[in-house]
Structures are given as C-alpha cells and as structure tokens.
Design a protein around this ligand. Structure first.
Ligand code: GTP
Ligand code: SPV
Ligand code: MN
Length: 595
C-alpha cells in the first residue's frame, strides 16, 4: 500500500490519521491518496477518470474542462428505502426514518466494506462546509474509492489543504466512509450515526448517496447537531433581492427535491422589474443561527451546485446555463454528436445523432427520455454570474422571510402568509408535495414532507418540529413565514402560474408585506393576496387563471387538513402540543365555513 501524504498534506490531527489507518485496514486499498484541492490534482484525477472511462470529455471548445459521467442505470437517484438513522434508540430516529441499531449497521456495512477497496485507490478528502474562517463552518473528511466522488467534492465543497488547516490538531470532524462496492442495489446502504458524527455509505455512486458532505452531513447529521447546539440545518436555498434603492433583503426557501430551489435561487427578474437584482447565496442547504440582533442569519455550507438538468434552459434559468459553460460535470444527460450536452426542456430541438443517458443512440420516436429525469449538473458556485458577494460572508446573511413550498397540482394557492411563527411552523410541518425523480420510487404521489426535510431529518421528526417552536424563544426578531406553490394546474392539466423568473412577483409581494403596505385578505388557512395586490406589470395572465392560482377552496382544504391530521397521528407523542392545537383550530375554522 502506498500513501502520498506529503508534508504539506499531512494532518496534525491524530484522530484523523488513526481513522484513515483504521479505514484502510478495513477496506484494504492498494493506494491512499490525500486530496489537497490543487489545480494540478484536479488535472491528474481528471486524466485518470477519463482513462478509466468514468468521465467522458465533452467538446472542449464549447465546454472547456467539462465532462460527462454515466452512472450505473440502477443508481440514478437517492434511495430512501435503504437510508438509515442509526441512533441509539428507535425513538431517537422517529417514525419517518428507517432505523438500525448502530451495532448492526457497523457490523453489516463493515462486512461489506471489508477488503472492498482491494485493487483500488482510497481518496481521503478533507473539506470545509461553510465559508473558510466562519465561526459556523464545520470540517468533514470523506474517504471514498470513487474518483467521480473525489472530483465532485472538489466542486461542491471547499476541499483540500484549507480543511486540514482549519482542522488543525482537533478530532472534531465528520467521518464519512464511502465504498462503491459492485453497485448491486441489494448491497446499498446509507447509514448515519449522529452520536458518532459518522456516516457509512456503500453500494451507490449517486450524488446524494455518495457525496457525503451534502444530504448526509450538511442535513442529516447537522440537523441533529443543530438541535443539540441551538441552530437549524435546513433544505433551503438562500437568495438576496436588491430593490431599485439598492437595499438587499434575503429570504430562505425550503422546497422538496426537484421542486424549484436552484431555479428560485438564481432567478432572473421580469423585464418590468427595472432596477431589481437577484443574488444567489445558496441553492440547496442553509445553516441558520440566531444573530446578536435576535434575527436569523444563514450561511450556505456548500461551494457548488448539484442541479437538476431537465427543464434548465436559457429561458427558464439563464444563470444556471451560464454556470455550466465551463468546468462542469454532467451526470446522465444526453450527449450530442459533437460532444455537447442536451436534455429535455433545454429549449433547443433535439439534434440528430444524440446519445441517450446510457450512451445508446437515441430514437426521437421511442417515447423514451434522452436525458434521465434526474440527470444533473455539478458546477462551482463561482461560475454563477449572480453569485452573491455575501456567499463568503462568515456571519452569513440576515433572513427576512422563510418560505415553504411543495409541488401541488391542487389545493395550495400560489402564496399564503402565516399569521405568526407557530402558524408558519404548522404550514411547514404539514406541507405536502408530489414525489419527483430525485428519489427512487413512484413519481407524482402526494406525501407529507415537513419543511422539505422528510428524507433529510437526522432525528425524530416530532422533536424536530419541537426544535422549530423552541428556537422561537431565542429569535426575538423572527422572519415572516410564507407558503408557495408554483405548480398548481388547471383542469386541463396546464400550470396556472408561469413560474421561474415570474416568481419574483410573489417574492416582491412578501417583501412589501414585511416592509411596506401590500394588501392581503384573510382566509381560514392564512393570508392571500388579491390579484390587485401583486405587481403584474408586463405579465400576460388571464384574470380567471390568476384567480384559480390564488383560490382557497374549502373542500380541498378539508381533505388537506384531514391528511395532515393523519400524518400527525403517525408522528405520535413526540408531536408538539401547540401544533396539534393549531391544527385542530384550523380544522374547526374550515368546518365553520360552508364547504
Ligand atoms: P434538488 O436539487 O433536487 O433539491 O431540486 P431543486 O429544488 O433545486 O429544484 P430545481 O430548481 O432544480 O427544479 C426542479 C425542476 O422543477 C426543474 O425541472 C425545473 O425546471 C422545474 N421548476 C423550477 N421552478 C419552476 C417553476 O417556477 N415553475 C415550474 N413549472 N417548474 C419549475
Ligand atoms: C435532492 O435530492 O434534494 C438533491 C440532490 O439536492 S441529492 O444531492 O442527490 O440529494
Ligand atoms: Mn436538494
């Protein structure tokens, strides 16, 4: 076994050295490579990945330094069925998580990992989540035998020497051990040990299962840390909205996977919104803390975007398209004959000679998608033309509003404002969304997804909702809480609201509610704008369509509240009483209205 740990990459943390040695004894790699994050290293690893067929070079004139990766066709999305929270007791994991005892998980995955890196290289990837030097940043180290993971982690995190520097001699780092194995779905397990700040993941090379910094550390483990330490780790984008007077307000929004976070984080305001500018702080994960001013402050722990490709176009999200012009990785998109990328909803016709996501010639008339519905791009945030200067702010940005939202063909209006914090927490706690291709399983089924954290909460969901209520005591200047739905459909099955950049109109209404004098009317489920309360300049939408998008239908809401009640029943005794009471009040208010 060889080990490249040169003086500059060798760590002063004995705990790290010992853990790497222990992992190597278990997995038996031929070589150990400590990643330093340098450009030379990126070039070397990329060459190796190309030689091994893991990466396919794209047309380097059209897309410099960009590559395509085709994953195993059985391994294209997160796998919630085999994702476990291995807390000491089942109650600590709660009813919404799969649970295994830590002993069983270590034994089971240990047996699968034993000798699994023989003949392979082990990459040791130290990384920082959060701006370097931020008091809220945290160090993780991922050990993996996947060169694709190593190259992706370099884009998604602040990776390499800077992380070892920040770690110093400390033993306080997240330990992520990832073994690709043979990608047999029967040997796929993603296990989290919150009490050990540890993750073991085997049998998958897919983003959310294998880039352990992301959902595994920054959400599942971090949510458990946040509960202990008094902060939040949330599945939220962070976006800055600058008005024509030059004032910037920040909002954070939680939508489930493939429900519009990246798009909202990079949105292009409509032409009629002269002087407005939008800046991306983060597109997927927010760590939020109470500031000295009593408000909530957020950092984006990540350094890159792992975005949904289909539907991304110069029309829907030009800033994302510009973010992937160079130095990007693509996973499971289609490839053109001249080595460029293509996907459904790119807004350019499919060229002849396309290869589909599996690398097979694509037949337009086959009825099959050329790009996988969960195909993705990976790009450094520094590629984003509207990256917020505050993305590197060590204290983060102050949050004026928290937005929850799901993908709902019915029921949920375009926007709803909560009456107070507890009502806002109830909105988030009971939100539903149709499942998407971001996770394996059936697509389009409505499920309850509290705060978009159902698959990402690292502890008991009832305790998690309790944490949201408890934190209010410290937050003396709470952000206002809203609910949105960009995905409501007409009877004919068409989206009622144009979405994307036009969502700016809804964000502006929120800011005007908080800082100005925008109108709203009361409904039993919250405050809703009248069509005239929204700035609709330059938007062509029929009055009936807008009314349908904003409608609160009592019969639909009775069904919604009943479904939320069933979900609350499942959570059981850990569900906070104030939410139970608020939910009963809401049901009563709806019953009081003629259906
Ligand atoms: P994850 O990375 O899985 O967490 O997804 P995300 O929440 O960042 O979703 P993303 O912004 O990538 O959008 C997912 C899909 O929804 C894409 O196909 C988008 O084109 C589409 N989408 C995003 N915003 C809107 C919108 O406002 N209206 C409509 N109709 N579709 C949208
Ligand atoms: C999601 O599914 O919410 C994603 C992609 O952001 S993954 O990193 O795979 O979780
Ligand atoms: Mn996500």
């Amino acid at each position: 076994m060889t080990d490249n740990s040169a003086a500059e990459t060798r760590t002063r943390s004995r705990a790290l050295t010992e853990w790497v040695a222990e992992s190597a004894r278990l997995t038996q790699p031929d070589r150990i490579v400590w990643c330093d994050g340098s450009e030379a290293e990126r070039r070397r690893l990329t060459e190796e990945a190309v030689a091994a067929g893991v990466l396919i070079p794209l047309n380097q004139k059209q897309r410099p330094n960009s590559y395509l990766h085709r994953s195993n066709p059985s391994d294209v999305a997160r796998t919630e069925e085999v994702t476990f929270i291995c807390s000491r007791t089942r109650e600590d994991a709660g009813v919404t998580n799969h649970w295994m005892t830590p002993e069983e998980a270590y034994a089971k995955l240990g047996a699968l990992l034993a000798g699994s890196m023989a003949g392979r290289t082990m990459y040791v990837i130290p990384y920082v989540m959060g701006p370097i030097g931020s008091p809220f940043a945290k160090v993780g180290v991922e050990i993996t035998d996947s060169i694709y993971v190593a190259l992706s982690m370099r884009i998604m995190t602040r990776m390499g020497a800077a992380a070892l520097e920040m770690l110093g001699a400390s033993d306080d780092f997240n330990r992520g051990l990832h073994g690709t194995l043979d990608l047999d779905p029967k040997k796929r397990f993603i296990c989290h040990f919150p009490q050990d700040n540890t993750i073991w993941s085997v049998g998958s090379g897919y983003g959310g299962n294998a880039l352990l910094s992301k959902k595994c550390f920054a959400l599942r483990i971090a949510s458990a840390l946040g509960r202990r330490e008094g902060w939040f780790a949330e599945h939220m984008l962070i976006v800055g909205l600058q008005n024509p007077a030059g004032e910037t307000r920040y909002v954070a929004a939680a939508f489930p996977s493939a429900c519009g976070k990246t798009n909202l984080a990079m949105l292009m305001p409509p032409a009629a919104f002269k002087g407005w500018k939008v800046f991306t702080v983060g597109d997927d994960i927010a760590w939020l803390r109470v500031g000295r001013d009593g408000g909530l402050w957020a950092i984006n722990p990540e350094a890159g975007y792992f975005g949904v490709a289909p539907g991304t176009s110069m029309k829907s999200n030009p800033n994302a398209m510009r973010s992937i012009e160079h130095d990007a990785l693509f996973t499971n998109v289609a490839m053109t004959a001249d080595g460029d990328i293509w996907w459904e909803g790119m807004d350019v016709p499919a060229p002849d000679g396309l290869s589909d996501w599996r690398g097979r010639p694509w037949d337009k008339n086959s009825g099959e998608k050329a790009a996988h519905p969960n195909s993705r791009f990976t790009a450094p945030m520094t590629n984003n033309p509207v990256l917020s200067p505050a993305a590197e702010e060590p204290q983060g940005v102050p949050i004026s509003a928290i937005i929850f939202g799901g993908r709902r063909a019915t029921t949920m209006p375009l926007v709803l404002e909560s009456r107070d914090w507890t009502h806002g927490v109830l909105m988030g706690a009971t939100m539903g969304s149709e499942t998407t291709a971001a996770a394996a399983g059936k697509v389009g089924v409505v499920r309850r997804d509290p705060m978009a954290m159902l698959p990402f909460c690292g502890y008991n969901i009832g305790d998690y909702l309790g944490h949201w209520l408890e934190m209010r005591k410290q937050i003396t200047k709470p952000p206002r809480i809203f609910m949105v739905n960009w995905f409501r459909k007409s009877d004919a099955g068409e989206f009622l609201w144009p979405g994307y950049g036009e969502n700016m109109r809804v964000l502006k209404w929120m800011l005007d509610r908080i800082h100005g004098d925008a109108g709203a009317h009361e409904t039993p489920v919250g405050l809703v704008p009248e069509p005239g309360d929204l700035d609709l300049e330059g938007l062509e939408i029929s009055p009936e369509q807008l009314r349908s998008a904003l409608a609160v239908n009592t019969a639909e809401w009775k069904a919604e509240v009943a479904s939320a009640g069933e979900f609350f029943d499942q959570i059981g005794p850990s569900l906070p009483t104030p939410l139970r009471e608020k939910h009963r009040e809401l049901a009563a208010a709806l019953d009081g209205k003629a259906g």
